[in-house]
Design a protein around this ligand. Structure first.
Ligand SMILES: CC(C)(COP(=O)(O)OP(=O)(O)OC[C@H]1O[C@@H](n2cnc3c(N)ncnc32)[C@H](O)[C@@H]1OP(=O)(O)O)[C@@H](O)C(=O)NCCC(=O)NCCS
Length: 219
């Protein structure tokens, strides 16, 4: 669901209250929308602005009607996408829907496809015929070039570049300013280190760092 299409009757609830959630809150405000509240174990340490009510996961699941709320996944990641993915899956299983969010200075090609809960942040580009699956982030200034595919719950971090025809699996983190060369396939549950230049395919469950990127054992 795109921001601004059917928001009139729905209240917006942010999941999480850290740095990524705060950036999302600001993108929403720029488009004239405000949050009804946020979902976190406690309000302590919240980086969200304003007087917002805080509710727990359990309260939402027990007493909030999915038809009245639209969720925004504010759980970010600097490497492991497990939490972001599990939060999305848990609320989807309970019948909730997630907002697809596009910052005003981003560009999504008319021939590209971005689906539920995808967040395309400021100055990010999703180019011709690219596909970004559920719950993934194309973060500030990142580029998903033509015909590239990004799986579910993955994070293309700030300034990262996926050249044409790259394929990224599910729950994979592509680090800040990393570059994945054209046609390279990166598996699921991978971490590509910040600044890496990836020349060759990366198998599932791998970490790759450096220029050119090499596989590094998981500690
Ligand atoms: C790859 C990464 C996950 C490794 O984290 P880690 O497991 O905590 O690794 P450490 O910091 O303990 O470093 C382990 C080794 O890998 C090296 N290393 C870590 N990150 C590296 C990187 N991005 N490029 C090159 N080498 C790296 C370290 O120098 C160290 O080498 P050594 O064993 O020879 O001393 C992390 O450094 C990284 O790049 N995260 C991405 C951050 C990011 O994208 N943030 C954006 C948020 S929007």
């Amino acid at each position: 669901m795109r921001l601004g299409t059917t928001l009139a009757k729905l209240q917006l609830l942010m999941l999480g209250a850290g740095g990524h959630a705060r950036v999302l809150q600001e993108v929403l405000e720029e488009a004239g929308h405000s949050l009804a509240g946020f979902v976190a174990p406690s309000a302590e340490g919240s980086l969200l602005e304003g007087e917002l009510s805080c509710v727990s996961d359990d309260e939402v699941l027990a007493s909030f009607a999915p038809s009245d709320y639209l969720l925004i996944n504010g759980v970010g990641s600097a490497s492991d996408l497990g939490l972001r993915d599990s939060v999305f899956q848990k609320f989807k299983a309970a019948g909730f829907n997630f907002l697809q969010l596009q910052a005003q200075t981003s560009h999504i090609s008319a021939s590209a496809t971005v689906v539920e809960g995808v967040q395309v942040m400021h100055q990010a580009v999703v180019h011709s015929s690219a596909f970004v699956d559920d719950n993934s982030i194309v973060n500030t200034g990142a580029i998903v070039e033509h015909h590239a595919v990004v799986g579910t719950s993955s994070h293309i971090a700030v300034g990262a570049v996926l050249c044409g025809n790259v394929v990224i699996g599910n729950r994979t983190h592509v680090g800040a300013n990393a570059t994945i060369l054209q046609g390279v396939r990166v598996g699921s549950n991978c971490i590509i280190g910040a600044g890496a230049v990836v020349l060759h395919d990366v198998p599932d469950n791998s970490i790759a760092v450096g220029v050119p990127a090499v596989l590094k054992s998981r500690s």
